[in-house]
Design a protein around this ligand. Sequence first.
Ligand code: UDX
Length: 433
Amino acid sequence: MKISVAGTGYVGLVTAVCLAERGNNVTCLDIDEEKISQMNKGIAPIFEPGLEELMKKNKDNITYTTDYTKAYSDARIIIIGVGTPEKKDGSANLNFVYEVARQIAQTVENDCVVIVKSTVPVGTNDKVEQIININKKNNVLIEVVSNPEFLSQGTAVNDTLNAARIVLGVESENAENVLKKMYNDFNIPFVVTDRRSAEMIKYAANDFLALKISYINEMANLCEIVGANIDDVATGMGMDPRIGNRFLNAGIGYGGSCFPKDTKALHWLASFNDYELKTVKAAIEVNENQKIKLIKKSRKYYDTFNGLNIAVLGLTFKPGTDDLRDAPSLVNIPLLIEDGAHVKAWDPVGAENFKKLFPDEIYYCDSIQDTLIDADICFIFTEWAEIKNFPLYKYKELMKNPLILDGRNCYSLTEAEEAGLVYESIGRRKVNS
Ligand code: UDX
């Protein structure tokens, strides 16, 4: 059974490689020739732990091509995993999805099932089916299925191979059977529903997690005001199995390719249908304010950043990825620069991407040590293990004025106290200030 995957970003490529790992023959399609030629050499176009190893291991079962006729004409399953970027009004741009649908319609020569894996607003699968039926060249049966992906960047391979559930939004028994056969060797429970509910599950799940983070961030802000400790509050809350202990880490807000985009898209969809999603709107607003929380804290110490040496540790939206999409660093660093700060930054994998956006405005260091030399303030934006393991006494030795503003609660308060640093984090008391 030939499977083709359109789009070789996080969703498309990881899905393709995991399907190959579970014994399927997969063809990966992308319009970007450079990406395809890299993948043909065994090089992954994205930084994702374990991905390149699996690409190499399964190289005989995966073909990479830019030729959509070759990919689609004899495929029995076609997976759409192309991007759905955010438009200016917050809605999702579906042009790439619809373009793939048109190409499929014009090329397939056999009955096949088209799986929409990209995150798409409710009703998109119906539209994809419509586009296919209008543009179809051959008298074949093309069924459309919603099968959203729940992988997280940095753990995408494991998330796909060992997912908590596989959601199948199907409108026929045949489509359900084809999908179940494709996932036969995954040993993951299925949630079988209609297409619109499957589309909705993806948004409802992502927006709930975003809401959970904004909730804990608001609790953290209140903890600071009333003198409580958010780490202990989160531990106490999370031990209640009805709440669960994950996604209760307070910080400077969520970023990445999904939560910011999916909260805005669902809010937009509700508004479009004359309904206001108040909880999601609140999560979005809390997150925007949370991102600049450290800058607000720093104002107590300095009226202006003009002429100050500022060390920034961590640029990506979370550890384990080189992705900068909606990362708090993208909001904070321009504010520091505009105010006249000299910014030095370190990130183990995200610096190269940051350099493309800010080539000359900041100085990039190869080590945490170099970043801290002579700094007046150190901002921590990402909880990389290298930062968590970096000894606190060294901040004192290296910085001009050891003021640390930690947006990811990387250090224990006792250790910061013992190291004699001025240390502020999120939802916890200030140390030595
Ligand atoms: C997310 C979802 O987890 C995944 O299921 C979906 O398919 C895509 O979006 P991802 O964006 O890769 O995955 O990362 P995730 O680990 O969920 O983190 C997102 C953001 O939330 C990060 O900026 C992270 O720092 C933040 N976060 C996460 C917190 O601030 N606190 C937490 O407790 C957890």
